[in-house]
Design a protein around this ligand. Structure first.
Ligand code: NAD
Ligand code: TYD
Length: 349
């Protein structure tokens, strides 16, 4: 094998697409997927590639500093793509400490292990930290987040991600660790866990359950198809500049209410239900505390410096996503049994 790349959080939503992209595209890399398999981690996401010769799964928790050191000593990765995280804003509001432990302490544990094992020999090494546009806080009705926008996180989730970004930058500036950071907008696509807006609404439409819209539904998010995020990560991992950060997005803003209406329209069409059936399920519910009004990414830097372009339009991506969920109802039933039911009741009922 040419090199070993350790991908953390590879059993989760985005991580599984990154693992697949790397395992299939770089058959000369050994891909080590490190994941604790929390409620959000699911090896079913990787069934199609789990037998590949260049793929290894390691069940481990990034909160365990000694274990991270052992794993780095054993596998000696030249590259790290770090996605493992607690990722849901609503859960961070109920349980902020979990987010500090995984997102901040877990990231520092990985940085320490990389620093220790690489011992200052940084040629050919790379620590790629996957972050979010939510670190920049909230926009008003106009403007876009650039790489220079000041960090201003509001939720415990975004505060923990901002903190981890600062640690990655600090390890680059202090120890010379060859690190890059990417800050991506909201993802959607196959394998998306149904606690997040789009898959939650797909699941509820299938079961004729209310579609909970927080507040007035005018909150705006910028949506990118998950496979296009994985491709951007590939580009930055291989061609990004050490010490730099790159925003990733597709200039695709939607108010939540408009997005859910579009989803209802496409679902009715695909399910052969009369137009307007699913929209009747829309229910306005209590707002999320500290709800950020608007996120919107300026992706000019990655477009111009690395030639990045998303491969699908939103309409196409949403269509692919809905089709995937309709063809994988078993996956949906598996992930919504058990813990999900308790979470759902506590959050919405
Ligand atoms: P996810 O919740 O679907 O998956 C997270 C994965 O990390 C799971 O497989 C889980 O088992 C694993 N994990 C959690 N805690 C762990 C621990 N302590 N040790 C080891 N593994 C652990 O998340 P996602 O949506 O795929 O997000 C992946 C990354 O991308 C996160 O860092 C997130 O902040 C970032 N991000 C997400 C989005 C988005 O829209 N989902 C957008 C931008 C950035
Ligand atoms: P979400 O998918 O949780 O992603 P994030 O909070 O990271 O942006 O939420 C997307 C938007 O949808 C956000 O403005 C909150 C809103 N939302 C609802 O209106 N209802 C819901 O049930 C959920 C989960 C989210």
């Amino acid at each position: 094998m040419n090199k070993t790349v350790l991908i953390t959080g590879g059993a989760g939503f985005i991580g599984s697409h990154v693992v697949r992209e790397f395992v299939t595209k770089y058959t000369d890399y050994r891909i080590v997927n490190l994941d604790a398999l929390t409620y959000a981690g699911n090896l079913e996401n990787l069934k199609d590639i789990e037998d590949r010769a260049n793929y290894t799964f390691v069940k481990a928790d990034i909160r365990d500093a000694a274990l991270m050191m052992d794993i780095f000593r054993q596998y000696r990765p030249e590259g790290v793509i770090h996605l493992a995280a607690e990722s849901h804003v609503d859960r961070s509001i109920t349980n902020p400490t979990d987010f500090v432990m995984t997102n901040v302490i877990g990231t520092v544990n990985l940085l320490n292990a990389a620093k220790e094992v690489w011992k200052g020999e940084y040629v050919g090494k790379r620590f790629h930290h996957i972050s979010t546009d939510e670190v920049y806080g909230a926009l008003g009705d106009t403007g876009l987040f650039t790489e220079e926008t000041r960090y201003d996180p509001h939720s415990p989730y975004s505060a923990s991600k901002a903190s981890s970004d600062h640690f990655v930058r600090a390890y680059h500036d202090t120890y010379g660790l060859p690190a890059v950071i990417t800050n991506c907008s909201n993802n959607y696509g196959p394998n998306h866990f149904p606690e997040k807006l789009i898959p939650l609404c797909i699941h509820n439409i299938l079961h004729n359950r209310p579609l909970p819209i927080y507040g007035d539904g005018k909150y705006t998010r910028d949506w990118l198809f998950v496979i296009d995020h994985a491709k951007a990560i590939d580009l930055v991992f291989h061609r990004g500049k050490d010490g730099d950060s790159y925003n990733i997005g597709g200039f695709n803003e939607w108010q939540n209410i408009d997005l859910v209406r579009e989803l209802c329209r496409q679902m009715d069409e695909k399910l052969g239900r009369p137009v307007g059936t699913s929209e009747q399920l829309i229910t306005f519910v209590k707002d999320r505390p500290g709800h950020d009004l608007r996120y919107a990414i300026d992706a000019t830097k990655i477009n111009q410096e690395l030639g990045y372009r998303p491969s699908v339009t939103f309409e196409e991506g949403l269509g692919i996503t809905i089709d995937w969920f309709l063809e994988h109802t078993e996956w949906l039933e598996h992930v919504t049994s058990g813990e999900y039911q308790q979470y759902y009741e506590k959050q919405y009922e």
